[in-house]
Every structure is written in C-alpha cells, then in structure tokens.
Design a protein around this ligand. Structure first.
Ligand SMILES: CC(C)(COP(=O)(O)OP(=O)(O)OC[C@H]1O[C@@H](n2cnc3c(N)ncnc32)[C@H](O)[C@@H]1OP(=O)(O)O)[C@@H](O)C(=O)NCCC(=O)NCCS
Length: 194
C-alpha cells in the first residue's frame, strides 16, 4: 500500500477512497466519521458496545507516523458484555485498545506510536494457560482527558490515569497515576508534577 502513497496525487485519492469505504463499512456500528490512514483491525461482538467520539484518527500505516507503527491499530471488544468508550479528538497510531470489561478513553487523548491499553491479562495465572481464556484477571481501565501516552507505552488492567498526565515512552503502567503528572518507567512511577 505504501508504494502508491509515494505519488502525491494518488496518495490523496487512495486515502479518501480508503476513508470513504471504511466509513461506509463501519457507519452503522460506529455512527461517526473517522479518519483512517491504513486499515485498522476492529472487532466488536454484535451486542458489545464500541462508542467513538468525533474526529478519531487511526494510523495503521507506518508512512503516516514519524516513528512508524509496529502493526495496524487494533480495537477489540473481546466479548458481548464488554465495552470501549472513546472520547472526541483522540489519535491512535499503531497499538490500540482491548477490552474484556471496560476501557474508557477521554477527550483529546494521544496514543504515541504503538501505545496499547488493555483491561485484561488475556490468559489465566493458574494451571495450563495455553488456549485458556477463563479465570483471567480483568479490571476496567480509564484514561483521562488530554492524556499523552508516549510511544510503546503499555497500560495494564485496572489502571486509571488522571487528566492531562503524560506517560513517558516505553513505560508500563500497572497502578493508577494522578492527574497533571509525568510518569514513566517499568513499572511507571511519578517523575514530576505538571
Ligand atoms: C516523558 C517525557 C515527555 C519527559 O521529557 P522531559 O520533561 O524533557 O524530561 P527529562 O528528559 O528531563 O527527564 C525527566 C526525568 O524523567 C526520566 N524519564 C524521561 N523519560 C523517561 C522514560 N521514557 N522512562 C523512564 N524515565 C524517563 C528521566 O530519566 C529524568 O529522570 P531524573 O530526573 O531522575 O534524571 C519524555 O521523556 C517522553 O517520554 N516523551 C515521549 C515522546 C513520545 O513518545 N512521543 C510520541 C511519538 S509518536
């Protein structure tokens, strides 16, 4: 796909065709206009809830993200009762969101390249883990308004990040972070207040 983007005019045309097709395909489910750069992977169980605010931008093609993206944006609502609620003016490059219960993303949230948010461990801690998805730990995640997740950040189950906070590149967030702070590291700790 990236080859055709090298020719300016064609890039513009193919982008708008991709966006048009995407919006046609997803309009019923998502109900709003989304701008896509490369095709994201979105899977939602039929009765599950994926709610998206206005002006969501999804970058799944490395051409359109300066640091590149490791894979297409993934948005997966993992079962019929789970939900993902995304606010207005959110941008996601590579990375994505998986919810087995609930993930809430506020307004104006920026996902740096490959930043990922999940509310589940995907597999249980006990017994034979391979192929099993029962008894896994799940806890809702909430990302506040105007949060900036640096590139390659991983936000794990049960975490709340307060409004305006910045999570440094490459961090793994395992516990709540307050509003108006910079946090980072593995596991992430508060580095300073804003
Ligand atoms: C978080 C960030 C904004 C901080 O930048 P800054 O305000 O200039 O901070 P500094 O570089 O002065 O570092 C302040 C402290 O945080 C630490 N720190 C900075 N980045 C860190 C990281 N990614 N992980 C762990 N600690 C980090 C520094 O070691 C320093 O610690 P010290 O005070 O003990 O010496 C920046 O490091 C960052 O991660 N930017 C994200 C860039 C990005 O991912 N963009 C998206 C591209 S798509």
């Amino acid at each position: 796909m990236s080859l055709r983007y090298r020719i300016r005019g064609i890039r513009k045309v193919s982008l708008s065709v991709d966006n048009m097709l995407f919006n046609l395909l997803w309009r019923r489910k998502l109900g709003v206009r989304i701008k896509i750069f490369g095709w994201p992977i979105i899977s939602v169980y039929s009765s599950a809830n994926l709610h998206i605010g206005h002006n969501l931008v999804l970058i799944s093609d490395a051409y359109f993200s300066e640091p590149g993206v490791a894979h297409p944006v993934m948005i997966r609502v993992l079962n019929t009762k789970a939900e993902i609620l995304i606010g207005h003016d959110v941008g996601i490059s590579g990375g994505g969101i998986c919810a087995a219960e609930k993930v809430v993303i506020g307004d104006n949230v920026m996902f740096g390249a490959n930043a990922f948010v999940t509310d589940t461990d995907f597999h249980p801690m006990d017994g034979i883990r391979r192929y099993r998805q029962d008894n896994m730990k799940i806890a809702p995640v909430k990302i506040g308004n105007n949060v900036f997740l640096g590139m390659n950040v991983l936000v794990l189950k049960g975490v709340t990040i307060g409004d305006n906070s910045i999570i440094a590149a490459g961090s793994v967030v395992t516990t709540d972070m307050p509003a108006n702070c910079i946090a980072g590291g593995i596991p992430a700790r508060i580095l300073r207040r804003l």
